[in-house]
Design a protein around this ligand. Sequence first.
Ligand SMILES: C[S@@+](CC[C@H](N)C(=O)[O-])C[C@H]1O[C@@H](n2cnc3c(N)ncnc32)[C@H](O)[C@@H]1O
Ligand SMILES: [Zn+2]
Length: 160
Amino acid sequence: MQGLKVIRSKIHGYGVIALRPFREGETVAYGDGIVYTEDDDFDDTYSLILHYGEDESDPQLLLDLTDQTRWINHSCDPNTEVDTYWDAETRTATAWWLATRDIEPGDELTYDYAFAPELAEPCFCGSELCRGVIVDEDEIENVSDRLKHLVRNAALQRSA
Ligand SMILES: C[S@@+](CC[C@H](N)C(=O)[O-])C[C@H]1O[C@@H](n2cnc3c(N)ncnc32)[C@H](O)[C@@H]1O
Ligand SMILES: [Zn+2]
């Protein structure tokens, strides 16, 4: 990826940093991958949801990222957002990351995974706004009892 580098991350495992400045609104990266349906047997750790199935005949589609964008970590105060586009006619998927604020060289790229509560994990993003768990902020009240003690910040204030 031009202007980006995979590194050992302070957040988790591998991550991706910027090697040059990116301005707010700029496209930072495009992601390439293989399209799977939710019923396929594959490791979905590196997947983005492309299409939410509406009924049983319409399966959910996931894009398993095969390039370096697969290493972009989650933050509760992210500096990018990811957009996806699924063209059902040509069966092609597009994913791209946009800077949501100015990004300086050395900054780690992050986006909000907004996981469903059943997929939630402890969060180590280190931001002051960290919710404590990787979960959709509108679903934070629904995290499992196992993770509830980790929930903090806005989520706690809302439920207080
Ligand atoms: C797409 S991978 C990201 C790359 C990952 N760092 C690696 O080396 O495999 C997603 C997984 O990374 C971990 N991860 C990403 N962001 C995290 C965060 N803020 N806190 C804790 N774990 C995180 C979680 O286990 C998550 O399921
Ligand atoms: Zn966090």
